[in-house]
Ligand binder design. Structure first.
Ligand code: CA
Length: 227
């Protein structure tokens, strides 16, 4: 049932949070709810949801600050803000947080679900249902075939892009060279092939510059990406 991915909802008004949870889960999303800003930010970083619904006025860290901190981490997860005040709308839209949306309370939960779905469609890009991948300073947008380090766009070849994407999709998972060959190049394993993997990893590392340490060599096994 929860096959559309996890949505994080940060809302201190419990009746609203419950309603949002109900409608999102009915639509097939997994839902995780937090009721204050610090817990919300921690959950966003820990759970890596496909989208966030952030109330603006929250105890502790407010909703816009949660979003700003995620963006500072290079996390471009789509965010829909909830606000009780019409006069906040200019401020929200002026934040330049990229692709965000908002709803003014009271709102229709059905409409909120439609907004979340629209944001996810946009974030996925044309013909590609995959979400943006972020690890440390590195961000990869599979739909747009864009990779960047701390906002600096990388010029990756298609193979380098796919290799980096393969590692970033499963942070911390150690891939053998044969697994990478099969997963990225579609080859059966071969001795010559493992050298291909090493060369490409070296090229990706060179292009990552300061973030090269993101791809770690696991001696005798293969490679892993971790922050
Ligand atoms: Ca509130």
């Amino acid at each position: 049932m929860n096959d559309k991915g996890l949505v994080l909802v940060v809302e201190d008004e419990r009746p609203i949070a419950d309603l949002v949870r109900l409608y999102l889960s009915r639509d097939g999303f997994g839902v995780h709810v937090e009721h204050d800003g610090a817990a919300g930010l921690a959950a966003a970083r820990r759970l890596r949801p496909v989208a966030c619904v952030l109330d603006i006025a929250l105890p502790g860290i407010d909703g816009t600050e949660i979003c700003r901190r995620l963006r500072a981490d290079g996390d471009w997860t789509p965010v829909v803000f909830l606000t009780a005040r019409d006069d906040e709308v200019d401020r929200i839209l002026g934040l330049e947080l990229g692709g965000d949306d908002y709803m003014t309370k009271p709102f229709s939960p059905r409409e909120l679900v439609a907004r979340v779905r629209a944001l996810l469609r946009r974030a996925a890009g044309p013909g590609d249902g995959e979400r943006v991948l972020t690890l440390g300073a590195v961000t990869l947008d599979p739909g747009r075939r864009l990779a960047s380090v701390a906002g600096r766009t990388l010029s990756l070849t298609s193979t380098e892009f796919d290799l980096l994407g393969h590692l970033l999709r499963r942070p911390g998972r150690v891939f053998t060279r044969d697994e990478l060959l099969a997963g990225v190049w579609g080859y059966a394993s071969s001795h010559a092939g493992t050298r291909t993997v090493d060369v490409h990893v070296a090229q990706v590392r060179a292009k990552l510059g300061d973030a090269a340490g993101l791809i770690r060599t696991v001696r005798g096994v293969g490679y892993t990406a971790d922050a």
